[in-house]
Design a protein around this ligand. Sequence first.
Ligand SMILES: NC(=O)c1ccc[n+]([C@@H]2O[C@H](COP(=O)([O-])OP(=O)(O)OC[C@H]3O[C@@H](n4cnc5c(N)ncnc54)[C@H](O)[C@@H]3O)[C@@H](O)[C@H]2O)c1
Ligand SMILES: [Zn+2]
Length: 356
Amino acid sequence: MISVSVDLGGRRYDVAIGTGARRLLSQVLPRAVQQVAVVTQEGIGFDVEPGVPVRRFEVADGERAKSLSSVEELCRGFARAGLARSDAVVAVGGGVVSDVAGFAAAVYLRGVPHVNVATTLLAQVDAAIGGKTGVNLEEGKNLVGAFWQPVAVLCDTDALESLPAREWTSGRGEMAKCAFLGKLLDRPSNHPWSGDEGSWLHELPLEEQIARCVAIKAAAVSVDEREGDRRMLLNYGHTMAHALEGSLMRAGGDCDVRHGEALSVGLMFAALLARRLGRIDDDRVALHRKLLDSFELPTELPPGVSARTLVKFMTRDKKARHDLTLVLDGPDGVEVVPGVPQTDMLGTLVEMGCAP
Ligand SMILES: NC(=O)c1ccc[n+]([C@@H]2O[C@H](COP(=O)([O-])OP(=O)(O)OC[C@H]3O[C@@H](n4cnc5c(N)ncnc54)[C@H](O)[C@@H]3O)[C@@H](O)[C@H]2O)c1
Ligand SMILES: [Zn+2]
């Protein structure tokens, strides 16, 4: 078992990674807890034993579960179950469950403790850590939420045995991003997990790969809980990924691209854009492509999306501080780059085979 801590002063917590991590649940719950509300999904079937009485709640599958009405339903259920402020919510699932259950925990009785038991690779390396919780509105994804840190995160690698292939790929996209964010770790030169970009993603055992991604996220979150420059680096590849998700959603209702797949295309776009801006060379672009290919992640845009539409979405990304601020690779690694010319973004999309 590997433990990585998210250092937030009085709200510090540990992320436990490894086989059987779920068995730590009774130890990580606050002592005053007398009952637990477990929030999960029908298809997950991953049992936890908190050592106190459990009330079980299910949310629907997919992005539609991330709604204010799910939060209302959960909170009403908590109230009917008599969940007190000294009790706890335990989210057992992927990012959808931890986002919606975490937000319900943040607002029910103005905040109750919660633990994330992450059951997808994407949640284990990313979504379950860092305290961003929230739901979608018709107007867009993740528009309502709260920063509410869990009291612990359990990444039980046993849960991944039942994970569908496509969800593995999606998680791999987020891991590939981490390969380029080593500089977020303290003292890059002598941190045990710095250097050798990307190769660790193949060479280390799975739980160490996950731990390394968790350490990167933890490092960004602990110095910058509320998304200034450091935490923004975690959005590497995401500006274009969100634009792609947004435009596909607009085009066909349900968007048939997993987040990690969109992110993979977004990472390729970011590398090509950085080269166009003279920030990185061909070798560095090739490294991006090699890593993404090695996980059989997509690097090409799906047919039918237009460059202009994508740029329109990118300039609207809520994470952009103002128009066209992107996270891009450069001589000193990945950094926040303001003032990226729109023509270069368009040019890069056309270079990727996108119709203008
Ligand atoms: N809060 C954050 O910091 C953050 C970060 C990244 C992503 N997210 C959010 O996370 C969500 C995506 O999360 P996700 O990729 O985990 O998807 P998900 O939660 O939708 O899970 C994917 C599918 O796998 C199923 N599943 C979960 N665990 C399983 C298991 N062990 N075995 C079999 N099936 C299992 C789920 O029921 C679901 O059908 C998005 O809504 C995204 O916005 C949040
Ligand atoms: Zn992501």
